[in-house]
Design a protein around this ligand. Structure first.
Ligand code: MRU
Length: 371
């Protein structure tokens, strides 16, 4: 997608230094576009943990490139099994909720585990990392084409004198959370490209404000009409018929269709259910955890530093600053994700098509994961 008319992805190999991975450092958006060089496994781990890169699919690709960098920088005589295991452990410890992290690491492990020469290991890891990245782009594009069908359906049912489709989204499940196109935003970009009058309600998404900072930035860059709302506004809009559908992303979806996504998603789903607003989850297969069934009981919810709740970051006209929002001594707690039970979800938009959020339908779409 584009920034100031220039096409970008979120992660790529340095064009002149194959041992360096470049990213958009998302901590400074929308005020500054900073490209960061990552040269080591530790650089990648820090970038994931401290959210220079974020969003489930991007975390998966970054982790795969992290494995590659660990191999590139290793001594020829390394104990490769040990090195791969330790690198995987370092990366796995960064963020617990998005299953894409394990997906990216496992893909590299699967193609390197049997190799013993450094050149072969490096080549195989890089190939796998590139493959995951390209696949993510293709999957996001497909999600866009399937989701666009839903938008067209809603459009057909709208009165002729009100053809604006109002879509609410939470957090950033846009191209900056992926490699390109995004998951939840992909149908929106496609609809806009095809001349549909779409308008997006952007939840600010406290405390990291991924909606207000990143989704709004993306949409603005692509000329998509949007309005930033506080996290508590969605229910009111739904009660007044101002939301035609909701599309969100996912960090981990169980085989039964429970969805972990950014904290607050569950409350939007409840309000949508109460108001009969369709609630869709854009779920690439890399975000599905086929090993679990009960989202609330089995998905590890990341708890981040409470300072993220107490402080707020913004632009004062000269520089980006963090200021204290709360009483210094009030305690805060910062759960980063919540789980929306499958029963509240109208459907999952996968790269293979749209299905109901239940095990039967999901495994009919992905028969290779039937038990
Ligand atoms: O904490 P973040 O910013 O990594 O959380 C991101 C989300 O919750 C996204 O909605 C999710 O990863 C889907 S991204 C396509």
């Amino acid at each position: 997608m584009q920034i100031n008319g220039i096409p970008y992805r979120t992660i790529w190999l340095h064009p002149a230094q194959p041992n360096c991975v470049q990213i958009i450092d998302q901590r400074w958006l929308p005020h500054k576009l900073v490209i960061e060089d990552l040269n080591t496994l530790e650089d990648i781990a820090t970038a994931i943990r401290d959210m220079h890169v974020r969003g489930a699919p991007l975390i998966g690709s970054a982790a795969a490139y992290g494995m590659y960098l660990a191999l590139v920088n290793a001594d020829r005589q390394s104990d490769w099994k040990n090195l791969l295991d330790n690198s995987a452990m370092t990366l796995m410890a960064t963020r617990p909720t998005a299953v894409n992290l394990a997906f990216g690491i496992d893909k590299v492990m699967a193609v390197t585990g049997h190799l013993s020469e450094k050149e072969d290991l490096v080549k195989a890891a890089l190939k796998a990392a590139n493959q995951i990245t390209e696949e993510s782009v293709a999957h996001c594009y497909s999600i866009g084409t399937h989701g666009f069908v839903l938008i067209k359906d809603i459009l057909r049912k709208k009165p002729k004198d009100n053809q604006t489709i109002n879509i609410l989204t939470h957090c950033n499940a846009g191209w900056l959370a992926c490699i390109d196109y995004g998951t939840a935003t992909s149908p929106i970009y496609l609809a806009h490209e095809q001349g549909v009058d779409v308008h997006v309600w952007v939840d600010e998404t406290r405390p990291r404000n991924q909606g207000a900072r990143i989704t709004a930035y993306e949409l603005l860059q692509h000329g998509i009409p949007h309005t930033i709302i506080t996290d508590n506004t969605g229910g009111h809009l739904m009660q007044h018929g101002l939301v035609d559908m909701i599309i969100v992303g996912t960090d981990r979806t169980t085989r039964t269709g429970d969805v972990a996504n950014k904290i607050g998603t569950y409350l939007k789903a409840l309000a949508a259910y109460d108001n009969g607003v369709p609630f869709y989850v854009a779920a690439p297969s890399s975000s599905i955890d086929w090993n679990i069934r009960d989202g609330v009981a089995e998905i590890a919810i990341e708890e981040r530093n409470a300072e993220e709740v107490k402080m707020i970051q913004g632009w004062d006209g000269k520089e980006i600053k963090q200021v204290l929002l709360t009483p210094q001594d009030s305690p805060a707690i910062n759960y980063a994700f919540d789980v929306t039970p499958a029963r509240l979800i109208s459907g999952l938009i996968t790269e293979r098509g749209i299905c109901e959020a239940n095990e039967l339908d999901l495994t009919a779409m992905f028969p290779e994961f039937r038990e």
